[in-house]
Design a binder for this molecule. Sequence first.
Ligand SMILES: Cc1cc2nc3c(=O)[nH]c(=O)nc-3n(C[C@H](O)[C@H](O)[C@H](O)COP(=O)(O)OP(=O)(O)OC[C@H]3O[C@@H](n4cnc5c(N)ncnc54)[C@H](O)[C@@H]3O)c2cc1C
Length: 374
Amino acid sequence: MKKPRIIIIGGGLAGLTAAIDLCKRGIEVILFEKEEYPHHKVCGEYLSTEVLPYYDSLGIDLHELNPYKINQLEYSSNSGKVIHCDLKMGGLGISRFNLDHFLFRSAIKAGCTIINQQVTEVNFEKEKFKVIAKEQKFYSDFVLGAFGKRSNLDKKLERNFIKNQSGWLAIKAHYKDADHPGNLVSLHNFNGGYCGLSRTEMNTVNVCYLATYSSFKKYKNTEAYKKAVLMKNPRLNEFFERSEPVFQKDLSIAQVNFDKKSLIENHVLMIGDAAGLIHPLCGNGMAMAIHSAKLAVESLVNFYTRKELNRQNVENIYREKWQNNFNNRIRSGRVLQKILLNNTLSELSQNLIGKFPGIMPHIIKSTHGKPIYA
Ligand SMILES: Cc1cc2nc3c(=O)[nH]c(=O)nc-3n(C[C@H](O)[C@H](O)[C@H](O)COP(=O)(O)OP(=O)(O)OC[C@H]3O[C@@H](n4cnc5c(N)ncnc54)[C@H](O)[C@@H]3O)c2cc1C
């Protein structure tokens, strides 16, 4: 019998994880990725350890990359007032440069075909998908949309969120700094956004921030913005005064959109950021991308093993699993983001946490999942 075939569009964490899992279950996978590996990506590079049991079950051992083990969180308000908290589950400090490349190599090893091309069209006709990349046509039973926050395909599929302007941009760079502890992730507020710092296995400190256009637009470039706005926070000022940038130029992405997205569009099952993006301050987007890949794979495998299921059933199963796992987390992230970006609320909540430090682990828990088992 011919093997079932699934096409995955996008080779970030969600796409590569789904590819590895599907290949290991004997399903033929073709994955399209428009960029060459390895490459840097705008991301805070704090990966929640909730993904580790699932990756273990796939034979993926992230410890081979020697990530930093992070178990402390530091948060500072605009004025530089700091609170600390233990991170019970914790995370890994790991660069996307090496993480995505490692998963890419694992996907090839698992038997996945990876085509380094941009998909320009995806059509569903007569129970089959036709995917077009560089004028070549590819066919499959199912397509997973793993094309991230914003892609040419969002326009093609006429997704609702793409019609709205987003008020956010995101910047990332690595810095040489001897002082930032390896087990610490810092989150620093500034007027117009927040900035995360954590050490990566490259022994650099990843600096990644989210900023509103309204606060950014009067500055000519990221350097000017950093000096005039970020460095007003005394903790960020201290960091930038003592550290040295590694990249020649900061990486940036525009139009970071947190609107609700459709989980299924023209029968394409969306995974990772293509399905929905949690606010970055939660440090859970990567884990959600990986987890959503698992949920989609399980839903698809149902289709091939349980003959009574049709496409509609599979889509319903996936939608329900996704909503049960992530809806509350995304909601908590929205509330937290609102508090953090309001100077008064942010100072007030800091005072409250100072008096009742036991609140903090509950807040963190509300934006994270439990360890993901196979
Ligand atoms: C500022 C910021 C900081 C963050 N910090 C953290 C953090 O510290 N911890 C955390 O857990 N999460 C963080 N996140 C979230 C995290 O980065 C994302 O949730 C995660 O990268 C999602 O992975 P993905 O596979 O869905 O998308 P991506 O990693 O973006 O992968 C999508 C891939 O699809 C490819 N692609 C797009 N269109 C096409 C096409 N037409 N054809 C072929 N390929 C295509 C792209 O090239 C890309 O490689 C942060 C996000 C932001 C914006």
